[in-house]
Design a protein around this ligand. Structure first.
Ligand code: NDP
Length: 333
């Protein structure tokens, strides 16, 4: 069947989305970004992936987050994205902020993993081909590699930006000390780090406890939080067990054994608090992550358009009382 021709919603920037600036840069991104880690690979229905991407864009979500190995299978989320770019989003390329990354395992042998210049450069070339793009907006070193001189990894980012294959550079999952080196190295070469991408949600506070949030701000970088819903735990998905179509049921990145009766009890208490605020649990979790200006954007995953809509409404209420914050701390810290 031939897809109907897509025209983006005319009111896409007036439908409520808010945008925050990435550190001290010229770039603003939506408070809610969409990630393609799971649910967009070649095992997912293409029509659903297309619906989710286009719907998000119609609502002002102009930042899509990818990596070389998103799928499953590896590379296939970028291929899916490339197909939808070609069929629908091409006329809107200049309205989109598209990321990709390299740093985790991608292909066999010593050059398809970690932080070498060889891996980052060849991986980005592959990513651009899969997505049918001439450049990405931001390219990330996906993780710190303790066995490669950090200078080599950072210089690869600098050279990638200078080559025009990425407009900005970013880091992901860097510990504090390595991030400090990265911020300095990149800034000194006039390729300042645009974003540090790290896991952050009510139940995962490491960016708070290790000072990564403040560090990004002090360095003039933005901070973008991934898995803000703890892979779906901080939603209504698991309030009554494990649904057969859920991520926990797949038992891969989110283990079914994580969903213990004690956790479910806490989630139900959090859900009751969310209801008092007039929110779903997913909305409260996203609002919480966006409650102050230390976080530039949250990258959600989704398996349906309805989940995206539920999540987008989170930005309407990001204020918390001290009492609400105390209850959340007591249930999640
Ligand atoms: P989330 O914490 O947002 O979890 C997404 C999952 O939560 C969905 O797949 C869905 O689960 C469930 N969900 C989402 N919204 C709702 C809702 N409103 N109601 C009920 N359930 C909901 O994020 P992810 O863990 O998917 O990560 C998001 C993105 O972050 C990735 O796509 C990627 O771009 C980035 N990321 C980056 C990493 C890095 O190392 N830099 C690592 C991991 C992620 P279900 O499928 O069960 O329906």
């Amino acid at each position: 069947m031939i897809n109907p021709v897509y025209t983006a919603a005319e009111d896409r920037y007036e439908s409520g989305m808010k945008y925050r600036r990435c550190g001290k840069s010229g770039i603003s991104i939506p408070e809610i970004s969409l990630g393609l880690w799971q649910n967009f690979g070649d095992t997912a229905p293409l029509a659903r992936s297309r619906d989710m991407l286009l719907h998000a864009f119609d609502k002002g979500v102009c930042h899509f987050d990818l990596a070389n190995n998103y799928g499953p299978s590896y590379g296939s989320a970028e291929s899916t994205f490339g197909q939808i770019m070609k069929s629908d989003l091409r006329p809107y390329r200049d309205e989109l902020f598209i990321s990709t990354k390299a740093g985790w395992d991608m292909w066999p042998g010593p050059y398809g993993d970690l932080g070498s210049r060889k891996y980052l450069m060849s991986s980005l070339d592959q990513s651009l081909k899969r997505m049918g793009l001439e450049y990405v907006d931001i390219f990330y070193s996906h993780r710190f590699d303790p066995n490669t001189p950090l200078q080599e990894t950072m210089q690869a980012l600098v050279d990638i930006v200078r080559s025009g294959k990425a407009l900005y550079a970013g880091i992901s999952n860097y510990p504090h000390e390595a991030a400090e080196f990265a911020y300095k190295y990149l800034a000194e070469r006039d390729v300042p780090c645009l974003l540090h991408q790290v896991k952050y949600n009510m139940m995962h506070r490491i960016p708070e406890t290790t000072g990564l949030l403040e560090q990004a701000k002090d360095a003039g970088s933005g901070f973008i939080a991934y898995s803000p819903l703890a892979q779906g735990i901080l939603t209504d998905r698991y309030l009554n067990g494990i649904p057969s179509d859920s991520r926990a049921a797949r038992d891969y990145s989110l283990k079914a054994s994580t969903i213990t009766p004690e956790l479910v009890e806490k989630l139900n208490k959090l859900n009751a608090l969310a209801a008092k605020r007039g929110q779903t649990l997913a909305q409260m979790a996203l609002s919480w992550t966006l409650k102050d200006d230390l976080v530039t954007s949250v990258i959600i995953g989704a398996s349906s358009v309805a989940q995206i809509d539920d999540n987008l409404a989170a930005i309407n209420n990001t204020k918390f009382t001290a009492e609400e914050l105390n209850i959340i701390d007591s249930l999640t810290k």
